[in-house]
Design a protein around this ligand. Structure first.
Ligand code: SF4
Length: 167
């Protein structure tokens, strides 16, 4: 466990703050200077992360950061959340929607790929932004509350799926 997280945030593992998801969400690490307090970053790596943050989002909860090796850039937990400069190179064959979810979205915020289930995208904010995200075209955008009409349409779609499933 990465003890730097606890000294930086001034909390103890298992404390009420630490166990509170709102505290975790409110204390997400979103800039390179804070990240450099938690894990060891060379100057080159800091520059590269800053370059990424010019166009991409980073957010890491203190809990997730506490699982990172402080000095190992190859730590898989770290690689899952810390931007890589490779993300700034977008090849022509890369797709914004690699799972073709838009095609399976009969109404806003619903993805209906499989006959017996629907995915309701209740929010576009993630506690930690995964570097491998296939929904990056949406995750991290502004996230206004779901309005009543959107919610009703999404729930109607869910009911259609349920009734189709029970036949
Ligand atoms: S949408 Fe899922 S995969 Fe993408 S950043 Fe959020 S939690 Fe990670």
């Amino acid at each position: 466990m990465n003890d730097r997280v606890f000294s930086f945030f001034g909390v103890a593992p298992g404390s009420p703050e630490w166990l509170d998801w709102k505290w975790q969400y409110g204390n997400r690490i979103t800039n390179v200077d804070t990240l450099a307090e938690i894990i060891t970053l060379g100057e080159k790596e800091k520059r590269e992360i800053s370059l990424c943050l010019g166009g991409l989002r980073m957010a890491v909860t203190p809990y997730f950061a506490s699982l990172m090796e402080t000095d190992d850039p190859g730590c898989p937990i770290r690689m899952q959340a810390v931007p890589s400069v490779a993300e700034t190179r977008v090849l022509p064959q890369e797709m914004k929607d690699p799972l073709n979810e838009e095609h399976y979205s009969p109404v806003a915020r619903i993805v209906h790929r499989y006959p017996d289930r629907v995915l309701f995208l209740a929010t576009r904010r993630c506690a930690t932004y995964c570097r491998f995200c296939t929904r990056r075209r949406r995750a991290g955008e502004d996230d206004p509350a779901v309005d009543e009409e959107e919610k009703e349409k999404a729930l109607r779609q869910r009911r259609i799926t349920e009734s189709g499933n029970s036949d």
